[in-house]
Design a protein around this ligand. Sequence first.
Ligand code: DI6
Ligand code: FE
Length: 410
Amino acid sequence: MDREPFDHVWIHARLATFDPRVPTPCGLLEDHAIAVRGDSIAAVLLSSAPEVRSHRGAVTDCGGKLVTPGFIDCHTHSVWGGSRAAEWELRLAGVPYTEIAKRGGGILSTVRATRGLSEEELFQSAVPCVQSLIREGVTCVEIKSGYGLTFDDELKMLRVARRLGERLNVDVSPTLLAAHAVPPEFAGRADDYVSLIVDEMIPVVAREKLADAVDVFCESIAFTSAQCDRIFSAAKAHGLAIKGHVEQITNSHGAELVARHGGWSADHLEHLDDAGIAAMAKSGTVAVLLPGAFYFLREKQKPPVEKLRAAGVALAVASDFNPGTSPFASIRLAMNMACVLYGLSPEEALAGVTREAAKALGRGERLGTLEAGKRADFLVWDVTHPAEIVCQLGVTPLVGRVVSGKNCDA
Ligand code: DI6
Ligand code: FE
């Protein structure tokens, strides 16, 4: 007998497909079914379709509940040592983030703590954080290095990121962010540190497939655009993708640089100017909005969301989960902040952690929407309206999780 065309079919779902070809809000399809073969979506059909009715394999009845694509947190720093709570107290008392960084605190304080932990200790401390993201529906998470800043410590962080993906039920996209801060050993010699990144770290990271992309902090307190340019050229030469922390505190024209190199995403963007927007629109670089850092730093300047929208730049949303400027492991809080602080619609916020976030990780072909051919990562929600996922925090109305075509505990 021929093998059944599908292994498992989820029926009676309200699908928020986020498929751009479906012209309803959120690409909504009432009473539909997702037919899965292996780890992929084989077809999206009406629940009453003959192929669904004749299916003899496994069936899950979603009982009319809302189903969305798995969430993708496309910008996190989920691996680190130590705590920055005391620094947060200082910031609340009025000491600026840039001043704390100049005094050797900020990123560098986390670097000291991270260097002091073994790979196993770092892994153990990251597990509950990544599990928190998973419990909210994250099925794919980007994790950056950037708190090691030596050859060994950056690779240690990337190995921890890889292990998190192997041990937890989540797809990890690791990123080399060695250019996060100038390490103390290289104070006043940033160009020499850039040479270490370019000549030693990038070739090994690429060879050992420890990262998908290379990120930089292009900023007055970090690396100049000329230094970032060198790093991006090396990344490209070794087949790694490009992204950047740009225009967060000042405008350093980092978005234009990322766009010129055909980068996947430019992230933060509070101080982005018109030339940066035009460059991103031209190159198809995704704008990753990180309202958590904006909130925690009590920034006043918002990213130019309306202009980005008007220019047709894709808008993704991420948690930026890190110990300093965005200390929360919650993609739903990030979505909520993107609406309340930046004026995204709930639909845009949901698209920003699904379809657009997939593009920001170079995985738009495989993730981010409910369509045939995509990986079968999806979430079942006990909500009356998609916006409820973004609006109501503290309880997570997630009642089903499917990862690579398999039902998991919600
Ligand atoms: N911008 C940020 O908001 C984070 N990194 C960056 O380049 C901050 C990371 C930290 O403060 O530890
Ligand atoms: Fe970040």
